[in-house]
Ligand binder design. Structure first.
Ligand SMILES: [Zn+2]
Length: 416
């Protein structure tokens, strides 16, 4: 259900856009432009001093991928567009702009534009669509319908860090106020690999599932001590499908997802700790082999998108990941940095990409840490050494702290 909601929020109008320009290669002249003369905010019903249903229409010179979500404190609607040129378009010139407490728009990071509509109360999205422009205008009409709801029905995007990205460049609109600090500790989803009828790698009586559960418990304690909230995807030896692991993280509004593994590979092929981030195109043999182990075919789905066109889903995922992927990679770098400082040995190429389904969450920075390989005697000794485990947990917790600070700083920079 949660995912359906997320899908609703990340909306793409036209599958044809799959062939559209990639971020970065976006020619400035080809940017979609907003046409304010064919755009408006309209309220339904009489003004009785209470929030009313609102219709927002924007005419843009060409259809663009977009996504819609809400934030609270104050309640606001955020629409991210794959870039729309708002330059020269003054928010005060939009018909009906006075129906909302505040309205801002602008470019907020390369390839993306953002519109923030402050709302008179909590709302829910009823409809979002892009259709051919009407009334003689060229391009596409982006139409959005939102309706007032009770506070407890107000569903906001829960990521504290994303909330910091809320505002377009202040230069575009002086009314932009700095957001408050995140109102809760960072929440880290810890995902001990395998479990239940899937023991993972096995060497003698040792199973990866059991070793990872033990390590996850120690890491959770370390993170809790460091002031973070921990959200485990499993607490015992039960089988949790991959998609469920991501759903748990999303439902719990995790800010970061760390999957823990210690797989098996034929002797000599792999040894040492390594950190994986999502990469669909990774194709070295060992990585492929690991991906197969992690993704028995009945679990490959990752997310339940059965009723959605594959191509559209891929584009949606890519769009959302534009923002998440650099954050995942950023975290991996912090892990390497801290492990190095702690003198903990790693694979000679410690950060790699892999198409592990569990890393597929488009909206939560995710890494998979192979703590070592159970098939390697040195790695096995490490995993059974309490000092090594404590040092590694501490280093990962420090990496989370360093990354969080860096991430907030970057989010702040993107608004300047
Ligand atoms: Zn594994």
């Amino acid at each position: 259900m949660r995912w359906l909601f997320a899908l609703l929020l990340i909306v793409l109008a036209l599958p044809a856009l799959a062939e559209g320009p990639k971020p970065g290669g976006h020619p400035r002249s080809g940017l979609a432009r907003v046409d304010l003369t064919h755009s408006a905010i309209a309220a339904e019903g009489r003004d009785r001093g209470r929030p009313r249903p609102l219709d927002l229409t924007l005419t843009i010179s060409q259809p663009v991928p977009y996504r819609v979500y809400f934030l609270d404190g104050p309640p606001r609607l955020v629409v991210d567009f794959r870039e729309v040129d708002f330059s020269g378009a003054r928010t005060g010139d939009l018909t009906g702009a006075d129906l909302v407490p505040d309205l801002r728009w602008g470019r907020f990071r390369p390839g993306w534009s953002r519109m923030v509509v402050e709302l008179p109360g909590p709302y829910a999205l009823r409809r979002a669509q892009q259709v051919p422009a009407r009334g003689g205008a060229q391009g596409a009409l982006f139409a959005l319908r939102i309706e007032p709801v009770d506070q407890d029905e107000f569903v906001t995007r829960g990521h504290a860090l994303s909330a910091l990205w809320d505002l377009p460049q202040p230069a575009l609109d002086a009314a932009a106020a700095a957001p408050g600090p995140a109102d809760r500790p960072l929440r880290i989803a810890i995902d001990p690999g395998h479990g239940g009828h899937d023991p993972g790698a096995q060497v003698g009586a040792i199973s990866e599932a059991a070793v990872m559960l033990g390590f996850a418990t120690e890491l959770a304690e370390e993170l809790t001590r460091a002031g973070f909230e921990v959200l485990p995807t499993r607490k015992d030896d039960s089988f949790i499908p991959l998609e469920r692991r991501m759903t748990i993280a999303r439902a719990g509004q995790a800010d970061l997802f760390i999957s823990l593994h210690a797989d098996a590979l034929p002797a000599g092929e792999a040894a040492g700790l390594s950190i994986y981030t999502w990469n669909q195109d990774a194709d070295d043999r060992a990585t492929r082999e690991l991906a197969m182990r992690h993704d028995p075919s009945d679990l490959v789905s990752g997310l339940d998108l059965a009723r959605t066109d594959d191509q559209v889903v891929d584009v949606l995922m890519d769009l959302a990941r534009l923002e998440t992927q650099p954050r995942s990679e950023g975290f991996a770098k912090f892990v390497v940095l801290e492990l190095r400082q702690a003198g903990i040995g790693m694979h000679r190429q410690p950060v790699r990409g892999a198409a592990f389904s569990v890393l597929k969450s488009p909206d939560i920075p995710s890494v998979l840490i192979e703590l070592g390989f159970l098939t390697d005697p040195g790695d096995r000794a490490n995993l059974f050494d309490p000092d090594w485990r404590a040092g590694t947990s501490r280093a990962i917790a420090r990496a989370v702290s360093g990354w969080a600070q860096d991430d907030i700083a970057r989010a702040g920079l993107s608004r300047k």
